[in-house]
Design a protein around this ligand. Structure first.
Ligand code: TRP
Length: 327
């Protein structure tokens, strides 16, 4: 069975962008691949979170991953920092990575602009740690969104360089493109993200979501209830694309074009359909939250399995690059 590896950063609470962009795929891919899924807390340190907030986010993201249907009996689910080999390999790879390659990373530029007061070196070498995450498990495939493709290309380049210098060691990881297109935020202006405060939380109740949807932008040409709209330009309609059936979408589109259906009713329909997905997830999440010991042992079992694989890889790497293991 081929291997996949993917990671999610524990920053803020999970939202439906994370769910559609990553988690749904993980649930599907765990059937076809030997999967390693990591909550990458060391990557989150580049944003210097409050210590307690970081630990809470790790727990909540782990809960979200499991509540969405990732099965720890099938996939190896673990916290990155529980496997110290990630940072060890990252250092080895740092010494193989030309400065110029990292300088081209657009995510570094974007993230530096988002936190100009803290442009740290970790932000710069972030993709090297990401490469270590992947190749530590000799993964063949990596499911990521399109914003990560440049990092994946760098990972492939690093693998080629390592193999060229030290002999064939790692497979070149291929990208598994996410089936979901990008999910826009409630502002309809940028990608859904916690830092832009435009998200629909995965754990929100139906009432909380409806509250947010009320304020969300629709077709700007529909100023009054009686104005006819264009579903194609409406952000809310784009969500119907993810959560409503084909016949519901047809009904909503026709109702919008003819002004038979108002924006509020359209949002209510969406909210109900969202609840069909979020409701069961929220329930499983609160179940998991009520048994923190179980969560810890799931993550510890995942970490044990990951550490075994990681150590196998590192033994080979240490030997190939000349790291001291005694005379
Ligand atoms: N950089 C990824 C993101 O922000 C998260 C990530 C870290 C990752 N390590 C990874 C994704 C390894 C895939 C594989 O989405």
């Amino acid at each position: 069975m081929a291997r996949i590896m993917s990671g999610v950063q524990p920053t803020g609470n999970l939202h439906i962008g994370n769910y559609l962009g990553a988690l749904v795929n993980w649930v599907r891919l765990q059937e076809q691949y030997e999967a390693y899924f990591s909550i990458v807390d060391l990557h989150a340190l580049t944003q210097r979170p409050e210590p307690e907030a970081l630990r809470r986010a790790v727990r909540e993201v782990a809960i979200g991953v499991l509540a969405s249907g990732v099965d720890p009996e099938r996939a190896t689910v673990f916290v990155q920092s529980s496997v110290p080999q990630h940072t060890e390999l990252a250092w080895v790879l740092t010494c193989l990575t030309p400065l110029g390659d990292l300088n081209r990373m657009t995510q570094f530029k974007d993230q530096s602009q988002q936190q100009p007061e803290n442009v740290n070196t970790g932000l710069f070498t972030y993709p090297v740690l990401q490469t270590a995450d992947i190749i530590l498990y000799r993964a063949d495939r990596v499911p990521v969104g399109e914003d990560q493709e440049q990092h994946l290309e760098l990972a492939r380049e690093t693998v080629r360089r390592f193999n060229h210098i030290y002999g064939d060691t790692f497979p070149e990881p291929q990208v598994v493109k996410s089936a979901a297109p990008r999910v826009m935020g409630l502002d309809g202006e940028s990608k859904m993200s916690k830092s832009r405060n435009n998200e629909i939380g995965l754990f929100e109740t139906e009432a909380e979501t409806m509250q947010k949807l009320r304020g969300a932008k629709t077709d700007p040409a529909r100023l009054r209830r009686t104005d006819k709209g264009t579903p194609e330009v409406c952000n809310i309609f784009s969500y119907h694309g993810f959560f409503s059936t084909e016949s519901q979408r047809a009904e909503v589109a026709a109702g919008c074009r003819s002004a038979q259906l108002g924006c509020v009713d359209c949002k209510k329909m969406l909210c109900q359909n969202l609840e069909q997905v979020k409701g069961p997830i929220r329930e499983r999440a609160s179940e998991l939250r009520s048994r923190p010991g179980d969560l810890d042992s799931i993550l510890e079992r995942g970490a044990q399995k990951a550490r075994i694989e990681a150590e196998k890889t590192m033994e080979l790497v240490r030997e190939r690059v000349g790291i001291w293991s005694g005379s």
